[in-house]
Design a protein around this ligand. Structure first.
Ligand SMILES: [Zn+2]
Length: 325
């Protein structure tokens, strides 16, 4: 993807473009910012630009041998380091150093991307530091880190740091729509809110069990009542599934609170929801008082969980409150 198609990150892209156009690229960059905001996409766009053999044309031409090899994942001057197991290992850095003792195979710059650079241990970090201190010519290192905090200060100071910020909601919607054309517009909007401006997280969110359970829960809550005993039974069955979510439990709380707040906004603004909207039925059924009680129940479950209360119990109390409250 060329720079021109990257959505958001105007500041980061501006810095890189100016350096590229002025021929003033640093030999080491550190892209920092939350996961899923476009750091890796930008690093790959920069690599594509540097490896294109028709530099005068601006963006990568997609036709020259350099572009074709990069697209096929077989460019000899493009190296990608990803964590092996828990993090980037010292051996990976040693291999990299060995590779960099030779000049690039082709005419342009060799580009190295190191993903999850914050996962490097001290030993690997120190080894990389030497490379950053005395970089062999015609190489550029792009370090990507979700958090620069655990990294050696000396590494950070040897790189030009480019901060990446979360995207606006409108930009997030745009990115998710482009990456996931199969999502419905409602799904895209929900994902955009949940990812908090980090659209790269949409994929794992969308396939999460929490999302499915949230939908099942709403459906059950909005079904015709079959009496109190049936409601209790249903609440306990869903609570059992909910407790199984473990780490995703907070995501379920986010989803439920988000739906309630969306409905409250619709009620307060007198907004009608289109027929077929997943919350259309709820708009008719629940009033502001009920919705605010639901949000309160969710928040109290969240804080009970944070205080290490039994997960099973927290889920039962919440579901009973939702179904029978
Ligand atoms: Zn090209």
């Amino acid at each position: 993807m060329p720079f021109s198609q990257i959505i958001g990150q105007r500041k980061a892209l501006g810095l890189l473009r100016r350096a590229l156009n002025g021929g003033r690229l640093a030999h080491g960059y550190l892209f920092t910012g939350p996961e899923g905001v476009g750091k890796s996409t930008t690093a790959h766009a920069l690599a594509a630009t540097l490896l294109c053999e028709r530099k005068e044309s601006g963006p990568p031409c997609n036709q020259c041998p350099g572009c074709r090899k990069f697209a096929a994942g077989s460019h000899p001057d493009f190296l990608l380091l990803q964590p092996e197991g828990a993090g980037i290992k010292i051996n990976q850095i040693r291999e990299l150093k060995k590779a960099l003792t030779f000049p690039p195979f082709e005419r342009g710059m060799r580009t190295v991307i190191i993903e999850d650079a914050q996962s490097m241990g001290r030993e690997a970090g120190n080894s990389l530091l030497k490379l950053l201190e005395e970089p062999p010519p015609d190489n550029i290192l792009l370090l990507i880190a979700s958090d620069a905090e655990p990294m050696l200060e000396t590494i950070v100071s040897r790189c030009q740091v480019i901060p990446f910020a979360p995207l606006t909601e409108a930009e997030t919607v745009q990115v998710i729509r482009r990456a996931h054309p199969q999502f419905s517009m409602d799904e895209v909007r929900t994902m955009a809110k949940l990812t908090g401006g980090c659209p790269g997280r949409a994929e794992s969110l969308h396939s999460s069990e929490a999302l499915q359970l949230h939908q099942d829960c709403l459906r059950a809550l909005l079904a015709e009542s079959a009496g109190e005993a049936a409601a209790v039974e249903q609440a306990l069955a869903l609570a059992g599934r909910l407790a199984e979510l473990k780490d995703e439990l907070n995501l379920f709380f986010d989803l439920l609170a988000l739906s309630c707040k969306e409905l409250m906004t619709a009620l307060l603004c007198g907004e009608e929801l289109e027929a077929g909207h997943p919350l259309a039925k709820a708009r008719e059924r629940w009033n502001l008082q009920r919705l605010s009680a639901m949000v309160e129940a969710v928040e109290s479950a969240r804080s009970d969980l944070a205080r290490n209360c039994s997960r099973a119990l927290v889920c039962e109390v919440l579901l009973l409150e939702l179904f029978c409250g």
